[in-house]
Write a protein that binds this ligand. Structure first.
Ligand code: DQA
Length: 142
């Protein structure tokens, strides 16, 4: 199985960005943990991060015929990008929405995800383990 992990805006700053909310791990170390889990479970994982909406959309498009599932932390785009919603619907690859923080326990604007209706499910609030939980869901036909 081939999985693509996409991280959106400001997630390149993990480790230094609001550690009380997002934890102390860098994106690189989180990706290394995902890779370690994937190797143990015979799954191949690629990683992509961008601060740009169009680049994330291009990456979603390019995933067609290459990946069996996508783990997506769209960052703040989660809350207002109808273009990413449409891209997820267009590609017909199962996408799991991921958040490190519990978006429902924070500011009101974070409670609304415009990408959620296009995703197969969401994981929110388990820190870096949210990514592993999404991977488990995608690779076990959950
Ligand atoms: C986030 C939550 C979003 O509301 C926020 O804009 C992010 C990170 C999370 O992983 O908890 O950038 O997606």
């Amino acid at each position: 199985m081939k999985i693509l992990t996409i991280n959106g805006p400001n997630l390149n700053l993990l480790g230094m960005r609001e550690p009380d909310v997002y934890g102390n791990s860098t994106l690189e170390s989180i990706n290394n943990e995902i890779s370690a889990y994937a190797v143990m479970n015979n799954v191949s994982v690629d990683f992509f991060q961008s601060n740009h909406e169009g680049d994330i959309i291009d990456k979603l498009h390019s995933a067609v015929d290459k990946y069996d599932g996508i783990v997506l932390n769209a960052g703040a785009f989660t809350h207002y990008s109808y273009a990413i919603h449409d891209a997820i619907r267009a590609i017909k690859i199962p996408v799991v929405e991921v958040h490190l923080s519990n978006v429902f326990a924070r500011e009101d604007f974070r409670s609304k995800s415009v990408i959620a209706p296009a995703c197969v499910g969401s994981v929110s609030g388990f820190g870096k383990k949210s990514y592993i939980l999404a991977l488990i869901a995608l690779t076990n036909n959950i």
